[in-house]
Design a protein around this ligand. Sequence first.
Ligand code: MF3
Ligand code: CO
Length: 256
Amino acid sequence: MSDTIYIKSKSEIEILRQAAKIAAGARSMGRQAVRDGLTTRQIDKAVHEFIVKSGAKPSCLGYAGFPAATCVSVNEEVIHGIPGRRVVRNGDIVSIDLCATYRGFIGDCAGTYPCGEVSDEAKRLIEVTRQAFFEGLRFAKAGYRISDIGGAVQDYVEANGYSVVRDFVGHGIGRDMHEAPEVPNYRTQRARPNPRLVKGMTICVEPMVCAGDWHVEILDDGWTVVSRDRSLAAHYENTILITDGEPEILTMADDI
Ligand code: MF3
Ligand code: CO
């Protein structure tokens, strides 16, 4: 990844806003497909069809060889689950992560949703992960540094008895899915780049949270990231725009 942070112009932001809106709509479609008896492939299909129908492209399909439009990760799967024949059942929690490319710009968002009635612990994990995003967002303002976001995410998650994944991080976004800077969900060593936020930066803040320990491993399929202790995991992500004042959540929708 290049170290260059691309500050977006007004017209670029306008296009990114549209890409992000499509991504948010696709996430809603995926969420509605989290139903007892449906396969993870059917969830992917709902997302994929929405993106195409909206005049956009599913950016994850073919990205580094990923074989689908959507990452669908169930229970102890944290991220990058490959959609397939697995049937989702009541009590499962399902993370959906997708990107849409529209007129050359990419919107990226994710969320974890319950299938039917889930355990109180699973509900709490989902809610803490979502709220962790909003805790981080308080520092997503011009003048703060990248690590202020991650520090707030980490503090909130750990105060609630959970852990943040270290091996994967949020990122800048624009014409590329992953642009500088990295946006970790934890406080980093001084040696790591920790730029100040400035107006016109567009980044993805995406807490990945484990109910148990933060260590993860990758399954033999080469993609699926699971918690090493197989504890439940959740993910919540939005593409945001740094402004002079409050950040703008570009992938916002009514139901997230
Ligand atoms: N949306 C993910 C992210 O936040 C990327 C998915 S990986 C892919 O970076 F290979 F599926 F694209
Ligand atoms: Co992302």
